[in-house]
Write a protein that binds this ligand. Structure first.
Ligand code: PLP
Length: 334
């Protein structure tokens, strides 16, 4: 499986290169050349496996330059009861006969970002070995709150990596700020910036496309990479819980095999719901994807009207992780 740039089909890199680079040098995002398909039988069969085994199966379809035992090693280290409190890793709570809540907050930082950021460091270090880089990786992260803490926790003291997190002053909740500012680890850095999340994200993007700066870093032995959901290694682990949940619901006889479900996702940078879209394209019987926004409803408006207009007032809400006007992952969908 090769990966193209969302802006240039002639770009072709392996999965490990896509993960190490994070963002394509033309500013595009890496997208898989095709979406693998799972039959209903294959999806339902996942129900008899542990969460890490399910992840191994799905990762194998996308990370074709990884050996199965390398993938197993990554998933086995990341998805443990020790880290996620529960054997099922992502338990499903039944609200009523027709509504279920996927509990993605059992990881070490209580954010659903842990589902991906607990495994990304393993995927990244394995990818670095594969691409034969002699460099260390400096991870840059823009955060509206949850990603920052989850990324810091995932990468702290991981050999060969350093991580730098940029968050908007006043744009994250008090607890998130405290979580980040008290982060432990010898390879971590946390910076408050003036502006909102979009400014943080644009600033990080600017650094990524500054070739002079990157050359200087290279001289000092560092390559840049990203732990934001623009990195394929962030998005892929999120596909797993949608496929896994369907298998789980069938196994528990909550739905019949083949019955369609709707999936509703609170949305900011369009990563989580995009993972659900990939799961649907892979064959999971998902009927509707419901994109939930807060008052920064640029995405819901885009989906309703076809017009994406980021020129509007930025509203600070009580759900800062959704206070985003420039949803980077939408480019992958388009
Ligand atoms: C990250 C996050 C979101 C937004 O997810 P995207 O993948 O950026 O769309 C929404 N809510 C919470 C609590 C989050 O942590």
């Amino acid at each position: 499986m090769l990966y193209h740039s969302s802006r240039d089909k002639s770009v072709e890199v392996s999965a490990s290169e896509a993960i190490v680079k994070g963002l394509c040098s033309d500013g595009g995002l890496f997208v898989p050349e095709k979406i693998p398909y799972l039959s209903l039988d294959e999806i339902v069969a996942l129900g008899n496996m542990s969460y890490s085994e399910r992840a191994t199966e799905i990762f194998s379809l996308f990370l074709t330059d990884f050996r199965k035992n390398e993938i197993k090693d990554c998933t086995g280290k990341a998805y443990t009861k020790e880290k996620f409190e529960t054997d099922t890793i992502a338990p499903i709570y039944k609200l009523n006969d027709h509504t279920y809540i996927l509990e993605l907050w059992h990881g070490p930082t209580c954010a659903f970002k842990d589902m991906a950021l607990q495994i990304l460091p393993y995927l990244l270090t394995t990818s670095m070995e594969k691409t034969g880089t002699d460099k260390k990786v400096a991870i840059l992260v823009a955060t509206s709150g949850d990603t920052g803490k989850a990324a810091l926790e995932g990468f702290r003291d991981v050999d060969g990596t350093k991580i730098f997190v940029f968050y908007p002053t006043g744009g994250v909740s008090e607890i998130q700020k405290l979580q980040m500012q008290t982060q432990e680890g010898d390879n971590v850095g946390v910076y408050a910036i003036e502006g909102n999340f979009d400014d943080a994200q644009s600033g990080v993007k600017k650094i990524f496309s500054d070739n002079e700066f990157k050359a200087k870093l290279r001289e000092r032995g560092y390559e840049l990479s990203s732990a934001n959901s623009i990195n394929w290694g962030r998005l892929l682990p999120q596909i797993v819980y949608y496929v896994s949940s369907y298998a789980e619901l069938v196994k528990n006889k909550e739905i019949s095999c083949g019955e369609e479900i709707n999936v509703c996702v609170p949305t900011g940078n369009f990563g989580n719901i995009l993972a659900a879209y990939y799961a649907k394209e892979m064959g999971v019987p998902i009927k509707k994807l419901i994109c939930a926004s807060n008052s920064n409803n640029v995405l819901t408006e885009f989906i309703r009207t076809g017009v994406y207009n980021k020129n509007r007032a930025f509203v600070q809400t009580i759900s800062p992780s959704m206070d985003i006007l420039i949803s980077r992952n939408l480019e992958r969908l388009l």
